[in-house]
Design a protein around this ligand. Structure first.
Ligand code: ADE
Ligand code: ZN
Length: 349
């Protein structure tokens, strides 16, 4: 147990402490970090026609009513990504922003099917992203790993083919995930491809309980055998599930700004992050699709702590510590970051 005196940390110190503290980001879609300015730059470089005349007009279209209304724009934005260099530039831009937020470790989702459907070589996608991860470590001291996500609105056969096509670059990604339209596409639809990924020694995660019911969280755990739940906020509708998630210390990668923009919660003041922590869950804070939802990881922390008076220094520490507990980095690396986190909080007390 750490002996940090949380009550001695003045609340006015908290925003700076949240910004400065080391943190891991575990739920970030690289395609969701594609800023409008980079969309326009890549469209010009690659000769891709856009449906919007300007960055401002594109940004103005970012008014979402639910997950699907966001995904339609998100897939359209990703259409400018064609060459290996584009994927390198995309990830490098994210790493610059993440380093400024004191992210020391990031596990990044990418959606190869969004690109292979347009004729892009999956090797170009993975090589470009991997090269950016190597540069992030070398130049920013930021540790980074990739997680290949299957699009759940497509078939399991397509997911299986995507996994096989990615295997020449097996050493460049640590795990697989499941994203895109949740409702009507339960985790069990992907039982075989997750079993295959498990055989290959890959880590397993899945989006569940963002718009979908608690039963999807249960089948992600029981059928897919995931090691983390992405979002998972609807777990609170099942007290037995909350008890199970707490007992198993099953991480939930929560994305506050995303949840408000996609109307999972009507406002940040109504977000259930405090309730998740109070129930003893291993909740973490993440940005999901920062270019679309109004901010990167520190913006998520600040927005949540501004709107939710139940969140104080103790909860800040818990969320940051959870990010390392939930990460797939080595125990030794996590221990170093947790020691840095403890030092930052002890110095503020
Ligand atoms: N793909 C990108 N962001 C997503 C989200 N929030 N839920 C499901 N799929 C996504
Ligand atoms: Zn997501």
């Amino acid at each position: 147990m750490t002996a940090i005196d949380f009550d001695a940390i003045p609340s006015k110190r908290l925003p700076a402490l949240l910004r400065q503290a080391p943190k891991a980001e575990l739920h970030i879609h690289l395609e969701g970090s594609l800023e409008p300015e980079l969309i326009f730059k890549l469209a010009q470089r690659n000769g891709v026609a856009l449906a919007y005349p300007s960055v401002a007009a594109l940004r103005a279209a970012y008014a979402f009513t639910d997950l699907q209304s966001f995904l339609d724009i998100y897939y359209a934005g990703a259409s400018v990504l064609l060459q290996e260099q584009d994927f390198f530039d995309l990830a490098s831009a994210y790493f610059e922003r993440a380093a400024a937020d004191n992210v020391v470790h990031a596990e990044l989702f990418f959606d190869p099917q969004t690109h292979t459907a347009r004729g892009v070589d999956i090797g170009a996608v993975i090589r470009g992203l991997h090269r950016a991860c190597q540069r992030a470590q070398a130049e920013l001291g930021l540790s980074a790993s990739l997680i290949l996500c299957f699009l759940r609105h497509l078939s399991e056969e397509e997911a299986l083919a995507t996994l096989e096509a990615a295997l020449p670059w097996r050493r460049h990604f640590i795990g697989v995930g499941l994203d895109s339209s949740e409702r009507g596409h339960p985790p069990e639809k992907f039982a075989r491809v997750f079993a295959r990924a498990r055989e290959l020694g890959l880590k397993l995660v899945a989006h569940a309980g963002e718009e979908g019911p608690p039963a999807y969280i249960e089948s992600a755990l029981d059928v897919l055998k995931v090691q983390r739940i992405d979002h998972g906020v609807r777990c609170v509708e099942s007290p037995q599930l909350v008890e199970r998630l707490a007992a198993e210390r099953m991480p939930l990668t929560v994305c506050p700004l995303s949840n408000v923009k996609l109307r999972v919660f009507k406002s940040m003041a109504l977000h259930n992050l405090p309730a998740l922590l109070a129930a003893g869950l291993c909740a973490t804070v993440n940005s999901d699709d920062p270019a679309y939802f109004g901010g990167y990881i520190n913006d998520n922390f600040i927005a949540a702590f501004d709107a939710l008076p139940q969140l104080g220094a103790r909860e800040a520490y818990q969320l940051l510590r959870n990010s390392f507990e939930a990460s797939f980095a080595t125990a030794a690396a996590n221990a170093v970051w947790i020691a840095q986190l403890d030092a930052a909080f002890s110095a503020a007390a």
